[in-house]
Write a protein that binds this ligand. Structure first.
Ligand SMILES: [Zn+2]
Ligand SMILES: [Zn+2]
Length: 134
C-alpha cells in the first residue's frame, strides 16, 4: 500500500495496486497545471486509488482530460483521460516516499524546455504513450 497527498494535508490518497508507465511528462499542459518543467506520473487502475481524506477538486484541462488537485493548497494530484476510463494517473512526487516509484521514461520530449536537460539514460518519446498526454 502506497500513500501520499497534497502540500497542506487536506487531501490524502492510498494506492493498492501496481504502477504502470511511470514517466516524466514534459508536455506544455502538465507544465502549466503544476508550474514545473516536467512532471513524474504513474498510471494505476482506477479502483486501486482511493481518496482517504478530503476531496479531490477537478479541472477539465482539455476535452477528455480532468486534472485533480487540492482546492486549498493547489497541489496537482491526478490526471484522468476519458479514453482510459479504467485508469488514473497520480503525480509520483506527491507520494510520501517518492523514491519507491522512480520514472522509467520521458514522454512529450518534443515539448521539453531547453533549460531542462535530461541527464539520465531513460528512453525518450517525442510525444505521449498510453499514459499522460495533453
Ligand atoms: Zn492541500
Ligand atoms: Zn503531460
Amino acid at each position: 500500500m502506497l500513500e501520499g497527498g497534497c502540500l497542506c494535508g487536506a487531501v490524502r490518497y492510498a494506492i493498492s495496486g501496481p504502477v504502470s508507465n511511470p514517466c516524466f511528462c514534459h508536455c506544455a499542459s502538465c507544465r502549466r497545471a503544476t508550474g514545473a518543467p516536467a512532471v513524474p506520473w504513474g498510471t494505476f487502475a482506477r479502483e486501486a486509488v482511493r481518496i482517504v481524506r478530503g476531496r479531490l477538486s477537478e479541472f477539465r484541462s482539455s476535452a477528455q482530460v480532468s486534472r485533480g488537485f487540492c482546492a486549498r493548497c493547489g497541489t496537482s494530484l491526478t490526471y484522468r483521460h476519458e479514453a482510459r476510463a479504467g485508469e488514473i494517473d497520480v503525480t509520483l512526487a506527491t507520494l510520501d516516499d517518492p523514491t519507491l516509484l522512480p520514472p522509467r521514461l520521458h514522454v512529450w520530449v518534443k515539448d521539453r524546455l531547453p533549460w531542462t536537460p535530461i541527464c539520465d539514460e531513460l528512453p525518450q518519446l517525442p510525444a505521449g504513450t498510453a499514459g499522460p498526454a495533453q
